[in-house]
Design a protein around this ligand. Structure first.
Ligand SMILES: Cc1ncc(COP(=O)(O)O)c(C=O)c1O
Length: 417
């Protein structure tokens, strides 16, 4: 216990340690080169140089995993070498202490306080923790409201409670594309009953890329004392997220997607006022990155996670969101010209994101996916609901207009042949 207290007190008192090892300077250098770019094109070209993609690969699947920038990897490699010079002293000393700075950066990024922010490995583990800690509030017959578009990472936890605690899972059948926000809000209202205890929705729908109106949903759940759990796997690093504005009780995310953090990096927010009711076992002895209940952490990964947040901030959250959405709109417009494709993603700005999905009328999604990859070196994602027969595109800071055009032409060719 004494060691934990020491770590938590010291950690935030060490902000200069990061600057001292030169990695903060490398973020500063990136920031300056971005801010002095001659024009937009030069700026994005500059950012593209930060990534290690094989020549010619078009990575349109950040929704599965993002690519970590070179300077984050270089920093991690430095920390790895430093750590192994004296593992115990570093993990439970200078390097380990810095994990608290990462928590602080994450809290600032999502609009939370430090006391509400946890570093986890991914969305799935965070959702599992939340669900298990909510089980004690549920009685047989209580209802959990969700949709039929949740990813297993945000759904298996509720299926587990159904099997083991006798609760009921109610799924809203999502329209694709959704007409407008009012349609979603009405669907949620229609499915709430006096037995609804939990609402669990993705912030960004993994199937269609729809941005759920979480704020409006929280205005339905909060007065009814329904727990609002949000699976934010597809949002931070793409959309600007403010958990307070969203009004959620918990928010889980995977930083190895749009935040471009090393693989195995995630965040969990638990609203302060709910912390007496939602108590994940791994954080039952405190929210620090390392506690008696978490055990030893992968310090280098956590520090890389923090540096990925720095990288994101150097570009700027609003600039990243605008770029991701603008490439997505280009791809959407271009592919919408194709009579063999049907858009599943809504076009209204408040519902659209950097993910766009199309149903294939002629070929199978698996065939188009394979031909795009094999013949054109373009990586997309087959939508995980076979009944849609659809493919999904993610557009991020390392993509560009030339890639959207190349992809549109490649798909035209594939669908013609
Ligand atoms: C909405 C959603 N939730 C959860 C996950 C699972 O993420 P992870 O494997 O990082 O836990 C994904 C992954 O694609 C997702 O899209």
């Amino acid at each position: 216990m004494r060691r934990r207290g020491f770590i938590s007190n010291l950690a935030l008192a060490l902000p200069m340690a990061h600057a001292a090892d030169g990695f903060a300077a490398r973020i500063q250098e990136l920031s300056e080169s971005i801010n002095t770019a001659e024009n937009e094109k030069a700026l994005w070209e500059r950012i593209r140089q930060e990534f290690l993609f094989h020549t010619g690969l078009v990575h349109f699947n950040t929704g599965s995993l993002g690519a970590t920038p070179r300077r984050v990897l270089e920093a991690m490699s430095g920390w790895m070498y430093q750590l192994e010079g004296d593992p115990v002293s570093n993990v439970f000393g200078p390097l380990g202490y810095r994990m608290e700075q990462v928590r602080a950066k994450a809290a600032a990024l999502l609009g939370a306080t430090l006391e509400e922010m946890l570093i986890v490995e991914n969305t799935t583990s965070a959702m599992n923790s939340v669900a298990l800690s909510l089980a004690k509030h549920l009685k047989p017959g209580d209802e959990i409201l969700t949709t039929n578009h949740e990813h297993p990472g945000g759904a298996v936890c509720w299926e587990y409670l159904v099997k083991n605690h006798g609760v009921k899972l109610i799924q809203i059948s999502m329209p694709a594309p959704v007409k407008d926000q009012a349609q979603i809000i009405q669907l949620v209202k229609d499915h709430l009953t006096p037995r609804t205890r939990i609402c669990s929705f993705s912030h960004v729908d993994t199937i269609t890329g729809l941005q759920m109106p979480i704020r409006a949903i929280s205005e339905l759940t909060r007065p009814r004392e329904i727990f609002l759990v949000c699976d934010g796997a597809q949002a931070p690093g793409m959309l600007q997220v403010d958990v307070k504005k969203l009004g959620v009780d918990t928010y889980a995310s995977s930083s190895h997607k749009w935040l471009l953090a090393p693989k195995g990096s995630g965040l969990l927010y638990i609203r302060k006022e709910m912390q007496d009711q939602i108590q994940p076992l791994p954080f039952s002895t405190g929210y620090q990155a390392y506690t008696a209940a978490t055990g030893t952490r992968n310090v280098v990964n956590v520090l890389g996670h923090g540096m990925a947040i720095d990288f994101h901030m150097a570009i700027g959250s609003s600039r990243v969101e605008a770029r991701s959405k603008s490439l997505s709109i280009q791809l959407r417009n271009r592919l919408s010209e194709n009579p063999n494709l049907e858009l599943l993603t809504p076009t209204q700005p408040e519902l659209a994101t950097g993910l766009v999905s199309f149903k294939l009328k002629k070929s199978t999604a698996a065939e188009v996916f394979t031909r795009l990859q094999k013949e054109h070196n373009i990586l997309v994602k087959v939508v995980a609901k076979p009944e849609y027969n659809a493919i999904r595109f993610s557009t991020h800071v390392y993509n560009n207009e030339e890639e959207t055009e190349r992809t549109a032409k490649a798909i035209e060719r594939i669908l013609k042949s």
